[in-house]
Design a protein around this ligand. Structure first.
Ligand SMILES: CC(C)(COP(=O)(O)OP(=O)(O)OC[C@H]1O[C@@H](n2cnc3c(N)ncnc32)[C@H](O)[C@@H]1OP(=O)(O)O)[C@@H](O)C(=O)NCCC(=O)NCCS
Length: 237
């Protein structure tokens, strides 16, 4: 049973063009999304993508291929002809010129969101199984004040996993802007039980970043055994 009793996002099951999915519920309308909950039997990759994944184990190959299946559907909805989506610097996907986006995969979920760079400055997405983190992980990824913040939250949501997911989304939104790694203790997350979160950056962005970058706001959803976090930053006017 889901938190709100609904399973509307599964109505389209493996239709990656579904607009009623989980990602659409945590992102603004300028972000075009596509998601699936199982791997389609045959996903055709571009030769350059095949080369990247040639030596990977089957699990990795399936998530790599399916999330690109989603990405191409999202790009088509954006009006952009999809080509190969290759990993670039530090694994960040290389989007077509003028496009920003983010991809995520975990057991039972693969999803992508893209937008025109004139509409959104960056996107960060993360999907996780809605289960507590393995022992020891929270201590490795959370600041002391984040750990005490979790203790004030009520039952029903694996808040530690949600905190982790929010940090992963922060990194995926941060990296395309800065081309820098971000340590887990370099952003402080505050989770809002109503479905939002804020991230305060504890490190200055490099001087190459145009415009202010002091933190992010995001949204989250907990449904059908999944936790999803999403950040979408409006383009500067
Ligand atoms: C890169 C990372 C965020 C991926 O997260 P994950 O939960 O392991 O995996 P997900 O399935 O959600 O996401 C994987 C996708 O993220 C994208 N990705 C990988 N590196 C990325 C980067 N540097 N920037 C943006 N997106 C990236 C890719 O599309 C990748 O899928 P692909 O390899 O099939 O193309 C994670 O492995 C990592 O390195 N984290 C350390 C940095 C961090 O999180 N800091 C916290 C700061 S507060």
């Amino acid at each position: 049973m889901t938190r709100d009793g609904g399973t509307a996002h599964r109505d389209g099951m493996n239709d990656p063009l579904s607009t009623t999915g989980l990602l659409a519920q945590v992102l603004p309308a300028q972000a075009l999304t596509a998601e699936v909950y199982a791997d389609p039997p045959r996903v055709v990759l571009f030769p350059d993508e095949e080369a990247v994944i040639a030596r990977a184990v089957d699990k990795r190959r399936r998530e790599f291929a399916t999330v690109r299946h989603c990405a191409r559907a999202a790009l088509e909805r954006l009006g952009v002809t999809p080509g190969p989506i290759l990993p670039g610097e530090r694994g960040a996907p290389r989007w077509p010129a003028g496009v920003v986006g983010s991809m995520t995969h975990c057991a039972g979920f693969r999803g992508c969101a893209v937008a025109h760079a004139t509409h959104l400055r960056t996107i960060g997405l993360d999907a996780e199984p809605a289960e507590p983190l393995p022992d020891g992980v929270l201590d490795a990824i959370a600041l002391p004040e984040e750990r005490s913040g979790l203790r004030r939250l009520g039952p029903g949501v694996p808040w530690d996993r949600l905190l982790f997911s929010a940090k992963e989304s922060v990194y995926k939104a941060w990296f395309p802007l800065t081309h820098r790694f971000l340590e887990f203790d370099q952003a402080r997350i505050e989770l809002d039980p109503a479905g939002g979160f804020t991230a305060t950056l504890l490190v200055a962005p490099p001087s190459t970043v145009i415009g202010p970058l002091t933190g992010f706001t995001g949204r989250w959803i907990h449904r059908d055994g999944l936790l999803i976090t999403a950040i979408a930053v409006p383009a500067q006017i």
